[in-house]
Design a protein around this ligand. Structure first.
Ligand code: PHE
Ligand code: NA
Length: 455
């Protein structure tokens, strides 16, 4: 059973898997979200908690997800069921896959709106609209975009269409080719931007903001946000990495591969922060500006640098590609399930899912204009979708995967799939997965509830 291939295809080799999974991981979460939530939560202490979560919770759970995917060789829903059966347990574990597919669907709806902003900025940079912007005007440009539902709708639609095309093409076509070209380019541009920010004269202020530990800024809510972001940024807790793992070669090492993916993702987030905060401080902008942070600071930087128009265009293009490769992975678990279980073709699966996320995206999109008064638990639809997915559904999904793989799969199954060279490393991984990761998630949940209702 464990050697069979997925009916959807397989990555050409180990590097393609790394690149594809990194394409899933590296996205708006790194370049857009990480800097702005670090800014809102006071920087240093938040970043430290986030890094601890990546190591203690993210890496072990990512290994668990890849393991289940490769063992089950199907969509997350069916792989969870298959591996549960193989270990002699109940097929109800498929419910974790369902929870994940739902989370992916909800994330997609607001992810696509932000990706739409990126597409608008690609066009704006390309047409020279942003030349010579000061920080105040950059804020106005972004504000005007949010208030314009028609423009938002166009770009949201374009983005959903782009993802549907790739999903329709399947695993090997499109996705594989795109990641090969786009990911290296993303890295090159990010480092050019870092170079600019190092020379901006404010680099050390940006560095201190991110790495200077200020414990007083830390609340339990900030810890929840940091933990939730660790799941979000690594694409965990909803089946993306599990789906990608189901296309992975049987002989490739899961541990080494996962460390590589998590390392690259963390690197991109930190470099994005180091590129953005010096510009924030250099222009007296507010680090806690929220979702607009990247869309206001970067155009300012580009308008001041030589060749900024070309560079800004290329940069937003790369952010767009990063968002694209991530959004594909948000849709892949659902698409694979539709193909397996309902027997529809890939294009039909793409159309069904595309229509659903497009519709839900309208709510997220309206949060900034026509439906801004529609509040759920005091949040706009956009904020609510972000909050329940990143801060609740992903950690919950990840915790259930940790419990499943740590306590319910047999030791032979996990030892065989991981094939770690050292049994000490295996024991350490298993210990962390059984005790540390799920308990950490539970404690952070509990303390937040306590603070909300008793504190
Ligand atoms: N990891 C992606 C990012 O950082 C977002 C994502 C979350 C993708 C969950 C897939 C699944 O932008
Ligand atoms: Na990420």
């Amino acid at each position: 059973m464990q050697n069979k291939q997925s009916i959807h295809g397989a990555w050409a080799n180990r590097w393609i898997f790394i690149l594809a999974a990194t394409g899933s991981a590296v996205g708006l979460g790194n370049i857009w979200k990480f800097p702005y939530i670090a800014g809102e939560n006071g920087g240093g202490a938040f970043v430290l908690v986030y890094l601890v979560c990546i190591l203690l919770v993210g890496v072990p759970i990512m290994m668990a997800e890849v393991l289940v995917g490769r063992r089950g060789r199907q969509s997350p829903i069916n792989s969870m069921r298959e591996t549960a059966y193989e270990a002699g347990h109940h097929g109800r574990w498929a419910g974790v896959g369902w929870l994940g597919a739902l989370a992916g669907f909800l994330i997609f709806s607001f992810y696509s709106v932000v990706a739409g902003w990126v597409l608008y900025y690609i066009a704006g940079m390309g047409s020279g609209k942003f030349i010579g912007l000061g920080s105040e005007q950059a804020g106005q440009v972004f504000g005007a975009l949010l208030e314009d539902p028609k423009t938002l709708l166009i770009w949201h639609t374009v983005f959903v269409g782009l993802v549907m095309i790739v999903i329709a093409g399947g695993v090997n076509k499109g996705l594989e080719r795109a990641t090969r070209v786009l990911m290296p380019l993303l890295f090159v541009l990010l480092f050019v931007l870092l170079g600019y920010s190092i020379n901006s004269g404010y680099f050390s202020q940006g560095w201190d903001f991110l790495f200077h530990f200020k414990p007083e800024a830390l609340t339990w809510e900030a810890v929840l946000v940091a933990m939730g972001h660790a799941f979000f940024t690594l694409s965990l807790g909803m089946g993306s990495i599990m789906a990608y793992g189901s296309y992975m070669g049987k002989k490739d090492s899961i541990g080494g591969t996962v460390l590589m993916i998590a390392g690259l993702d963390t690197l991109v987030a930190l470099v994005a922060g180091l590129a953005i905060f010096p510009i924030v401080f250099g222009n007296q902008l507010d680090p806690g500006a929220g979702p607009g942070l990247m869309f206001i600071t970067l155009p300012v930087a580009f308008s001041q640098m030589a060749g900024g128009q070309v560079f800004g265009f290329l940069f937003f293009l790369m952010v767009g590609f990063a968002a694209w490769t991530s959004a594909i992975s948000l849709m892949e678990p659902g698409a694979a399930w539709l193909v397996e279980s309902l027997g529809v073709s890939r294009p039909v699966a793409a159309v069904i899912l595309g229509a659903l996320v497009w519709l839900l995206g309208l709510l997220a999109l309206g949060s900034f204009n026509v439906t801004s008064d529609l509040l759920v638990f005091g949040m706009t639809a956009f904020d609510f979708l972000d909050f329940i997915t990143a801060n609740i559904m992903l950690p919950l999904g990840g915790m259930l995967v940790a419990l499943f793989v740590g306590w319910y799969l047999t030791r032979e199954m996990t030892e065989d799939e991981l094939a770690l060279r050292s049994s000490g490393v295996y024991m350490l991984w298993r210990f962390v997965l059984r005790y540390i990761s799920p308990v950490a998630v539970a404690v952070v949940f509990a303390l937040n509830l306590y603070q909300k209702f008793a504190g």
